[in-house]
Design a protein around this ligand. Sequence first.
Ligand SMILES: [Zn+2]
Length: 94
Amino acid sequence: MTTQTAATTWPEGAIGRYLTVGGATVDITHDNPGPDAEPSLSTAFCTGCGKHMDHYWATYVGRYDNGRTGAEWAAREWAQTHAGHCRALPKPTA
Ligand SMILES: [Zn+2]
């Protein structure tokens, strides 16, 4: 099993990473699914099984930051839970 360390390079734009029990990672990023330049969604993506969960900021509007904090929190919650039981291995890169 590969040992993940803090020195492991994070993907560009990642704001959070969770190590799964299978040795993959769930990466949290902010994304921009629409034509506007500003990100409007927080997404959690599992590099092991490919599952992902999108949390649109608009769902969490009503806060000072246009929903960003709420969406990020929800993405982190999903990542934490998924990392705790996903046993899919990351696909070899070589
Ligand atoms: Zn997974």
